[in-house]
Design a protein around this ligand. Structure first.
Ligand code: MN
Length: 440
């Protein structure tokens, strides 16, 4: 068994588009991808509306709806994509997402009779700006990388790195959605209470340990009624898609505040997402086998299914890069800090959905989960500076000779993601990027 039951004609790697930039090797947005964002022309008075990326262009879904050349479920979906926020479209469910994807794929494919009409609805990505793709009602941050949990646990609790619940419960906490912004939204270094281990009292001031967290953001499409859990068998049908997510963290504030109720102000000052949501359907070729080490506790029945075993993991390459202010002044390219892969996650997206709702909690369209920092099994696959610098004790030296333990003012952090394998089209996520500014 494999994921072939999820594949259809929109995944055919031989498909190409009449938008030639989509056919270039290593293009993030080939015709097999078709991710969604909310956009408008830069510095214009236009309203934000839904768009789909293809090559270096955006298909304006409001303009496409007005052409009235699609029909049935695809046209009904387009009507809701014309809005500034995609929640209503995302709530329609898989049947409509899939109908629109199929219609877009057919009409953007080389040889389509709709080329002349659709080319009127296309805007260059270099001419647009983005907003959040939907209103994020609730944001829940998980902690699904056991490699991250173990190495961070060692720094906060050397004698007891992995707490006993970790292998049983997909750990998470309820985060703050109001401070989630789209790529390009720079933010100020947060201030707060911190206490050095040797100090007798806490002090107040700008955080000295601002860090990034390499995560993916998971968007709920159609939610569930309060009191009606989503079973693991149905979980994937509720997931609209995935983006890149940088969950900025102030480690010194975190270290002082986190017990007993978990992170609070160390996380809620800023989080940044990539503008494009890559749909679950586009990712089908990259859903892969999920296993649990036989020496570990096996999942409880509500977190276990055949489908989750066969295609619960996602083979998604993740990368973090940094460009310091002096690098940018010298016109130097960003440099890579680390790489990891979401397939190394201890828990799957379906397990997160099933666990989140098992008590009856209702998810709503546009709710977002953070995956938790995705660190791989090797030390150079760490998804945060806390790990890379061994909690600040081993500075990282950049190619220009600058060193970092945590982020300095002016540092721009960029994250990229892509799926790639033989026999399938490469699917990219674009990037999420933002710069840490000086504190007030
Ligand atoms: Mn996080």
């Amino acid at each position: 068994m494999s994921n072939t039951n999820l594949l259809n004609e929109t995944h055919n790697p031989a498909l190409s588009s009449w938008i030639e930039s989509a056919n270039l090797e290593n293009c993030d947005f080939p015709i097999q991808n078709l991710p969604f964002a909310s956009f408008k022309r830069k510095a214009s008075d236009e309203a934000f509306r839904g768009g789909v990326a293809i090559g270096d262009q955006v298909v304006d879904l409001q303009a496409l709806f007005a052409l009235n050349i699609f029909d049935g479920d695809a046209q009904a979906a387009l009507e809701l994509c014309a809005q500034a926020q995609l929640n209503a479209f995302m709530a329609m469910g898989k049947q409509y997402w899939s109908a629109l994807r199929k219609a877009l794929s057919l009409s953007l494919a080389k040889g389509s009779s709709l080329e002349a009409q659709i080319s009127q609805c296309v805007v260059s990505q270099s001419d647009v700006e983005y907003s959040l793709p939907c209103q994020i009602g609730d944001y829940t941050d998980f902690y699904t990388s056991i490699h991250h949990a173990t190495s961070v646990g060692k720094k906060f609790r050397p004698d007891n790195p992995l707490l006993p619940n970790y292998k049983w419960v997909p750990i998470g906490y309820h985060g703050r959605s109001s401070s989630i912004e789209v790529s390009g939204s720079d933010f100020k270094r947060p201030k707060g209470q911190t206490k050095a281990p040797t100090a007798t009292e806490p002090s107040f001031g700008p955080s000295k340990r601002v860090d990034y967290e390499l995560e993916v953001g998971i968007f709920i499409g159609n939610g569930n009624d309060l009191g009606e859990p989503i079973s693991i068998e149905n979980a994937d049908d509720h997931v609209f898609g995935i983006c890149l997510f940088n969950d900025w963290s102030a480690r010194d504030i975190q270290g002082w505040e986190y017990q007993p109720l978990g992170p609070f102000l160390s996380k809620s000052f800023a989080s940044t997402i990539s503008p494009w949501i890559v749909t679950s359907e586009a990712l089908a070729p990259y859903k892969s086998e999920w296993t649990r080490d036989l020496a570990d506790p096996q999942p409880m029945p509500y977190l276990e299914s055949e489908q989750n075993r066969e295609q619960g993991s996602l083979d998604l390459n993740l990368q973090v890069l940094i460009a310091t202010e002096s690098m940018r002044n010298a016109q130097q390219e960003p440099v890579k800090l680390s790489e990891s892969n979401f397939k190394d996650s201890y828990w799957t997206v379906a397990q997160m959905v099933a666990h989140h709702t098992v008590n009856g909690c209702n998810l709503r369209s546009g709710d977002m989960f953070g995956s938790g920092t995705q660190s791989g099994p090797n030390p150079d696959e760490a998804g945060s500076m806390l790990e890379l610098s061994n909690a600040g004790s081993e500075p990282i030296t950049l190619p220009n000779g600058e060193t970092r333990t945590f982020l300095e003012d002016g540092d721009c952090v960029t994250m990229k993601g892509w799926c790639k394998k033989d026999g399938a089209a490469r699917i990219g996520f674009g990037e999420v990027s933002a710069t840490l500014l000086a504190a007030n």
